[in-house]
Design a protein around this ligand. Sequence first.
Ligand code: HEM
Length: 444
Amino acid sequence: MQKKIPAVSVFQFLRHSAKILKNPLPFHKKNFDKHGDLFQLNLGLGKSVLFCRDPELALVALQKEQKNFRKSDIQTKDLVKYVGKGLLTNEGEDWKKQRKLLQPTFYKKNIVSLLGIMQDAIHLEMKQLPIQQKFDIFPFFSTLAFKVVAKSLFGDAITTDEIYRLQHITEEAQMMLVKELRQPYKKWWFSLSGELRDKIQLTDEARDLILSIIKKRKSKPSQSEDLLDLLLQSTYDDGSVMTEKQLLDEILILFIAGHETTSNALTFTAQLIAQDQKCQDILTKEAQDLVSSGKSDLVGIIQSSQHLSNTLNESMRLYPPVYFIDRVNNKKFTYKNMEFPENTTFLFSLYAMHRKEELWENPLQFIPERFSTEKNFSKQFFPFGAGPRKCIGNNFAMYEMILIFHQLLSKFQITPHFKEIEITPLISLKPKNAWVSLTKRKNG
Ligand code: HEM
């Protein structure tokens, strides 16, 4: 017998819509607790969205039967207006061709060759940290993560002012997209008032800036290899290279995909460490032992920072920066006696899966050690997604975050100035009011 999918009516949603739009996570939790791993929110006019916290079904859509699923319009249409068609926003054969071309650039050996650039950018930015005073650490990490991507891409070919301008434009475009998604009924006004046009013009300015760097690089190769060099050398099966337009789109996508996600993860991790002195002591010892042993090769530091790596994973379990992944099925399919008609929109909640009681011991507690056990969590823990569209920058992000916390913790004690961790779930899971202070360690 076919199983019915539990449905939540649009009225239940509308009654609390203001609260839900501000933070939809309690609404999701209430319905998951009531209905189980799947529930359908009917939006009227035959439209509905299916919320899912079953990792097995998520892996069907992302991996096993990924050919029968596509991304929703949010990524493949709405975001395209601002950043064009790059890896994140592309679909079908075009995506496949680009992924094949770009994958080798992100091989571990290439990311390892960028560690020196990353480390220098981190070292320089750390000098800006306010000491012995309360500050929100999120904007600091946001600028740092942006600079690491910018420097890894362009090395010395980009100036600090250009980085700030690009960061401003990227953040403005993201904010406009959030506005469009949260207030779809105001889309006509955004067009009429010229607000949308202004933001799109801003991204044209970003394109011009990046294009001038590409042109200069083509006429005069750089001294040390960066991501731009690797991208310029990448060739398709027939030996041809990317067009300038495609290269521009891919670069804009790397900024969008690689900056906010990383700064969210860095901030939540800093907050969790600040709240847990025992964990902070273990991490500080790990970092300082590495410094006093004279280990200065960056690969060695990354490989030996095991507690730190577990802590980052545990932080992304509790606060996955990409807190849901969307997919739409291209054809009808059946799963555990439930039938899903074609074009059903699925929202796979990583946030709910990563906190599901049946899957995790003490799911709400911060226990980095759980990742040091022999257990394999690959079927229930995927902060970087899964299957062929898994994050291409996962190694980049992990290496970057380890280098940042290695430097931070070997020098400073982090003290929390917040009662509890606050979140703003927008396109990504963003932190809010992440107030901390830093005290220089005597031996740091
Ligand atoms: C903690 C940091 C990061 C997290 C949590 C994260 C998470 C994710 C997730 C979940 C996806 C899959 C989305 C889906 O299947 O719909 C994804 C895709 C992607 N990410 Fe990341 N990401 C991070 C950092 C980065 C960085 C640093 C870069 C680049 C420098 C990057 C570039 C990309 C790109 C290009 C895609 C699209 C891949 C494709 O569709 O083929 N990400 N990321």
